[in-house]
Design a protein around this ligand. Structure first.
Ligand code: GLN
Length: 265
């Protein structure tokens, strides 16, 4: 089987752009509760499982994001359930979670707008038992996965999911809004890696200059609301200009990643 999988892998576009064969195979083995060394040591795998593994590897070779194949990805201190149609949590977003944990006022309710899988809001709730939250998103895929994650993480007593169209509706009142909106520009959309292109453009494309969702929040003139947004690495100055000030926090790769601002009452 090792030979077959390797042959499948080598020469594929996916292999050039992403994880190595070994890492990917190891993660897929783990999904079926098999040890990492199963493949390398040539241990026996029941026919039924080996067929599933080959089918998963074929999906990986075809460029499908690994998160969708595994069905679960690590993020911050948890694991999140994901599937096709929802943005896969990125470790770049963990810095936003840390800032939100530090800054959201004690005992209040916050919103996670454009929540996707729910990974930001739920991670904040897990570290801050004093808070409650509403997770908002327009996508039916987000509804499915965010609700699954609310259950999976046992926070349904403090957290709801609401269908919400930010461009048409006004968000409910809250002490803070955390948001990782689509912020990829028209130009960047064309140069995304192949596997990212298989994630929903609804979760990626933020208008010509990537700023549509931030502009919409600005236009609402929300008073006394702590805003904590994920931003594209090159968007810091544009956000500061748009909101007439604000603070920028870098991610672990030293890229500008989070914008923080409070509208004065
Ligand atoms: N950081 C993500 C990416 O580069 C984009 C996420 C987003 O648009 N909010 O794929």
């Amino acid at each position: 089987m090792q030979k077959t999988l390797k042959a499948l892998w080598e020469g594929s576009q996916f292999a050039k752009e992403n994880l190595s064969f070994r890492e990917t195979a190891a993660l897929i083995l783990e999904k079926y509760s098999l040890e990492r060394d199963t493949l390398l040591l040539g241990k026996e795998i029941p026919q039924e499982i080996s067929e599933k593994i080959i089918s998963d590897m074929k999906r990986a070779v075809s460029g499908e994001p690994l998160g969708y194949i595994l069905g679960k990805v690590p993020f911050y201190k948890e694991e999140y359930l994901v599937g096709e149609g929802v943005l896969i949590p990125r470790c770049d977003s963990e810095v936003l979670v840390e800032e939100a944990i530090k800054r959201i006022p004690e005992g209040t309710r916050f919103l996670d707008i454009c929540t996707g899988s729910g990974c930001l809001g739920i991670s904040v709730l897990k570290s801050r038992p004093d808070l409650t939250a509403a997770l908002l998103d327009i996508s039916p895929f987000s509804e499915r996965w965010a609700k699954a994650n609310i259950e999976y993480h046992g926070v349904s007593d403090r957290c709801t999911f609401e269908h919400f169209d930010l461009m048409k509706e006004v968000p409910p009142k809250a002490s803070a809004i955390i948001m990782n909106p689509p912020y990829i520009t028209t130009e960047e959309m064309n140069t995304l890696p192949e596997n990212v292109k298989k994630e929903p453009s609804l979760a990626l494309f933020g208008g010509d200059d990537g700023l549509d969702f931030y502009r919409r929040i600005k236009s609402l003139e929300l008073k006394d609301t702590l805003l904590i947004f994920e931003i594209g690495a090159g968007q810091g100055e544009a956000l500061k200009t748009l909101f007439h000030g604000g603070e920028i926090i870098k991610d672990l790769s030293n890229n500008n990643r989070v914008f923080i601002h409070t509208n004065q009452p």
